[in-house]
Design a protein around this ligand. Sequence first.
Ligand SMILES: Nc1ncnc2c1ncn2[C@@H]1O[C@H](COP(=O)(O)OP(=O)(O)OP(=O)(O)O)[C@@H](O)[C@H]1O
Length: 257
Amino acid sequence: MSSTPASSPTRSAAIASARGLVKTYGKGTTAVHALAGVDVDFARGQFTAIMGPSGSGKSTLMHCMAGLDTPTEGTVVVDDLTVSTMNQRQLTKLRRTQLGFIFQSFNLVPTLTALENITLPLDIARRPVDRAHLAAVVKAVGLADRLKHRPSELSGGQQQRVACARALVSKPSVVFADEPTGNLDSVSSREVLTFLRSSVDELDQSVVMVTHDPVAASYAHRVLFLADGLIVAELTEPTPDSVLEVLGSLTRQKASA
Ligand SMILES: Nc1ncnc2c1ncn2[C@@H]1O[C@H](COP(=O)(O)OP(=O)(O)OP(=O)(O)O)[C@@H](O)[C@H]1O
């Protein structure tokens, strides 16, 4: 009998997790505890948003999870691989083969077409392009008639949708998105967020997104709230109003502390 991926005893329910995650910048009296002992599980096949005030540790958490930064203490596991003990060569391979990234600033190569940008990670890794998956991703981001355009010939929203397709085309274990709608108007933001959500619901992707925007967070299945380097609250099935309410109560707690 073949077992489905979800029921396999060897696959954990969390696509990425951290235990006792500490990140300290600097030393002695000038030390900044960006992460102060975070325990977190990001569910497989879910869209998770990370929110919190400026300086609460959101980017640091994402960077430690994605092997872009090294934790001071604690363990990070992504798709059953222990990231926190990897050397630079292993981290590079992990990022190239297992992870997808979407940044606020799109980070497309200006001289390449949209299609060449999308397949670039596979070309760099010398991996074959799964044509059926590429077609599904291109269709999902609604870029089929823009594939020959260069980034300068695309709107900001279209450029970010190219970046989304690039992040997904290699079927990564998890996509990390850092403020993906930070440079977009509300219409383009909605397109990108709808795509990210559908990549989870329809393409079985796992997505972790840092955002300041309660509307963006409401597209996620779950929102985690950071304050002073710790996860202090969470919401499932968020709405913009419920997210704003938690953010407001965190701000009030901070003001009265
Ligand atoms: N390379 C660094 N060197 C020193 N301190 C750093 C460094 N990176 C981050 N920090 C500090 O760590 C803390 C957490 O930063 P981080 O960027 O993770 O917060 P954030 O929640 O993502 O903030 P923002 O919403 O403003 O982007 C802040 O106090 C920040 O100043």
